[in-house]
Design a protein around this ligand. Sequence first.
Ligand code: G3I
Length: 358
Amino acid sequence: MIKKTILVPLFFIILCTAACEDKTALKTIYKNDFLIGNIITPAYMDGDNFDLLKKHFNIVTCENDMKPDRLAPANKGGAYRWTEADRMADKAKENGMQVHGHVLVWHSQSRAWFTAGTAEEAKENMVNHINTVLDHFKGRVVSWDVVNEAMGDSITDPSDWRSSLRTNSGWYRTLGPDFIELAFRTAREADPDIILYYNDYGLNNRNKAAAVRNMVKEINDKYKAEGNSRNLIDGIGMQGHYGLWLNIGDVRNSLELFSGIGVEISITELDVESRQTNSSEWGVNRNSVMPEPQAQAQANLYAALFRLFREYRDKIARVTFWGMDDKNSWKSVGNPCLFDGNMEPKPAFLAVSNPDDY
Ligand code: G3I
């Protein structure tokens, strides 16, 4: 028989764990839906900023510090630079947050020498980079953006995904469309435990979404036809850099499209600018408090997005914001974040906290 002296403290521990859970934290609000993340940057490593990150989020992505140009040496043969990324990954893990890796293969923020030589050399450079990085972070990073932004922008025939690819990429120029499959196969072999993502922006564009869907499906079908029981590309990351111009039906269309090919989906870089049209001038001023109508319009859109994400919670593994506050955001003039430049929660924060009330 279990003694009363054990049962009583156990009861209080259970009671306290339930009661101590902060019900205003986004990670608590969405705990039954998906992981909820934000970026980690040098500005968010300490003090109140780090506390806010830790309070609300259970997974982080380095905004810049795991990109190829931050890790790989400027010249071939030089030493990799791990200090900043290690500090971020370790601090996140020590504080109970998981880490998503961004990014292994990208045309931007990369190293010119990767693709400066022959196709054989480029292959070798890619394989070495992926192996080096995955080996270094083994056990500390749960998922990686293996390939980022390979798809082009003006797509007329999405059924031909190869000719829809971005051509201003060193990887594409040197290796052609096959660079994508090579990157995923290398990552899978390097570390079978991590979740592999294809990540891109503008996946609310129906043609671009269809081209990505066709690419991922074809690569996964081929991999499975070889006798593999799982996908090669585990997930599609929809970056989610949106503005008030967004047609939310386009986002639903993409969620539906990607759900249909049996991959998981993550929203990987969510922010909603206060611009009214995709091509209009930037929104209100950097670090200012937004005028009420724009703040409310932004909050309404955030709420609508989170109601939609909840509908697809069986398919969506993670929703990550690309920035905490309007002052530090890469698009700070568009005021796209949940907190303003004074770190005060905006209507957008309340909307995400309680989307059904909007
Ligand atoms: O660190 C240097 C600093 O030493 C220097 O004084 C300063 C001068 O401009 O530049 C600093 O580097 C900047 C870096 O952000 C850190 O702030 C770079 O110039 C700037 O280009 C870089 O921008 C990043 C951008 O990617 C580059 O493509 C943004 O922070 C980052 O948010 C953004 O993230 C991308 C995702 O990786 C992929 N999807 C799109 C997203 C937004 O562009």
